[in-house]
Design a protein around this ligand. Structure first.
Ligand code: AMP
Ligand code: MG
Length: 398
């Protein structure tokens, strides 16, 4: 069995060498994509000294009894006449401040009478002014290559003057659900058959992870058919994900078939529960994952293994984030040779509580879960209150 950390190491060295390609997109269409280069600001932000409030712009100098209001500037206007001693200009939030402005007094803090204003209370120099470039200077680094663009990042890029960005091309994936017992059509259900839930699950997770999902389907447990379908998938997609058939059953043909087809198998048993029969194989330009057929295992392994692979393939930079929370109740297990992921929810008090769970076929159990807590290798007991690592699912945004 390969320990998880070792599996991550293996994936790192294999996947880093796989080719990836870029394309240019309009910024507003690039949400979810990974940057293919560093991004710098084309503009100062704010682009000019602007008013933070609706109020009156005043000059530097000792406070005087009253100020004559000489004009008004609205947001969007290009400029105003400079301030003169003893005068004020009415300004609106976001407008260009008149030259010579030292502070802006809020409308709420003045008394206005016949074109003059009086301050209700004194005001320090610099008040309510957003200085040009105080947030971002033209040329400042905004995001590094490898960042996945969230809606927030797209907004920042647009605000900073970018119109197009270089991003990595999405990875194409084919999902194949293997098993003689698997059917898509509920009409075809008879004794011994079950509905294909993994195929649609893995495809939906892949779309959520910004992969391009190509048509896959169900493959029976037949060597020749499996070989044929895998061959076709490898011709069109960079990554194939197989569910089922990876274990040690007499008809678990996935590992031997991949091997016969010339793929190198890097690991095929993980020291993780659930998810032991998880396989990773590759050619110089293609990657294949075999996930266990049991749906909770397939679900967890997508988040744990495939998302990790995607990060490396897309050159995305993961933020090193780990979360430890106290356990609501004691957790005991008999065997300790695997890292165990236990479906759990976050309580209102910020603790981790295992959800009722019968094992890796029990997909419905995961509905109320917020993720999984992790029982370390070698440990059989976690005490109530113990700080325990939590793996949120769905995970963090990058
Ligand atoms: P396997 O990994 O092929 O030994 O399958 C393990 C268990 O997962 C079996 O009970 C299968 O019936 C079930 N299983 C396999 N593939 C799927 C699938 N696509 N959807 C739902 N359950 C599956
Ligand atoms: Mg099977």
């Amino acid at each position: 069995m390969t320990p998880l950390e070792e599996a991550f190491g293996i994936m790192g060295s294999v996947l880093r060498d796989l080719p990836s390609s870029k394309e240019e997109l309009p910024v507003r269409e690039a949400v979810g994509r990974v940057l293919a280069g560093d991004q710098r600001s084309c503009l100062d932000l704010p682009p000019f000294h602007k008013s933070a409030v609706d109020g009156y712009a005043l000059m530097k100098g000792k406070a005087v009894d009253g100020y004559a209001v000489t004009g008004v500037v609205f947001a969007g206007e290009s400029g105003a006449q400079p301030l003169l001693p003893g005068t004020a200009v009415k300004v609106m939030t976001g407008c260009v401040l008149p030259e010579g402005t030292d502070r802006v007094v809020m409308v709420e803090y003045v008394r206005e009478e016949a074109g003059h204003i009086r301050l209700v209370k004194p005001l320090e120099s610099g008040a309510n002014i957003c200085r040009q470039a105080e947030d971002v200077k033209r040329g400042d680094l905004l995001m590094r290559e490898g960042a996945r663009l969230r809606p927030l990042d797209v907004a920042v890029l647009l605000a900073c003057g970018a119109t197009r960005v270089q991003v990595k091309k999405p990875i194409r994936m084919v999902v194949l659900a293997t098993g003689d017992e698997i059917v898509d059509d509920p009409e075809k259900i008879r004794p011994g058959k079950i509905i294909n839930s993994n195929g649609p699950l893995l495809e939906a997770l892949a779309r959520e992870a910004h992969l391009e999902v190509l048509p896959g389907g169900i493959v029976p447990d037949e060597r020749d058919r499996l070989r044929q379908v895998i061959q076709g998938a490898l011709e069109s997609a960079e990554m194939i994900v197989l569910s089922g058939g990876v274990s040690v059953g007499d008809k678990d043909f996935v590992p031997s078939t991949l091997k016969e087809m010339g793929l190198t198998i890097h690991f095929s048993k993980l020291a993780v529960k659930p998810g032991k029969p998880t396989l990773f194989a590759s050619t110089p330009s293609r990657v294949a994952f075999g996930l266990p057929g049991n749906p909770v295992s397939a679900y967890l392994m997508f988040h744990l293994i495939i998302r990790h692979a995607l990060l490396i393939l897309e050159g995305a930079t993961p933020r090193a984030r780990r979360l430890f929370l106290p356990l609501e109740n004691e957790f005991v297990r008999r065997h300790a040779e695997r890292l165990e992921f236990v479906p759990a929810r976050l309580t209102g008090k910020g603790a981790l509580e295992a959800v009722p769970y019968n094992g890796s076929a029990h997909l419905c159990a995961v509905i109320p879960a917020d993720g999984f807590f992790i029982v370390p290798l070698g440990q059989t007991r976690l005490l109530a209150g113990a700080q325990t690592e939590f793996f949120p699912v769905p995970g963090w945004s990058l």
